[in-house]
Design a protein around this ligand. Sequence first.
Ligand SMILES: [Zn+2]
Ligand SMILES: [Zn+2]
Ligand SMILES: [Zn+2]
Length: 157
Amino acid sequence: MSCPNPQHDHAHCTADLIARAERTCEIRGSKLTGQRREILSCVAERHSAVGAYDIIDRMAERGARPAPITVYRALDFLLAHGLVHKIESRNAFVACSHSHEGHPTAILICGTCGTVAELDAPEIFRSLDARAKIQNFCSAQILIEMSGTCGSCRGKN
Ligand SMILES: [Zn+2]
Ligand SMILES: [Zn+2]
Ligand SMILES: [Zn+2]
């Protein structure tokens, strides 16, 4: 998966994502409850980083305003199942755009349009892990977030 094409059918993209999330939960014996599904669809509304309070606002527009703790708990669930990723540098979230079976992906953030894409680069993660081991450091999590300009923004210039 590369950067999402701005012309893509996003309704189809979101429906796909929700269906995949339901399958993932089913396989793992957990449940994508109505509220979790709604929070996931709020995150997936755009291919850009969304903060917890933006999610609350989006949900309030559709119905009742949820308590922050409800949203944080649902986000923890979605994170644990790899259905959303946390963007640490923005303290925000993005829906996972493809299944990568627990392998980490690098996050690409366009500074112009805010689009977030995922980059598969398992060899980079393996290499960092191996180098950390040389320093007798045992890594638990490696985060790679790259900021820059996406292809479609570059194409406009
Ligand atoms: Zn989309
Ligand atoms: Zn992902
Ligand atoms: Zn862009």
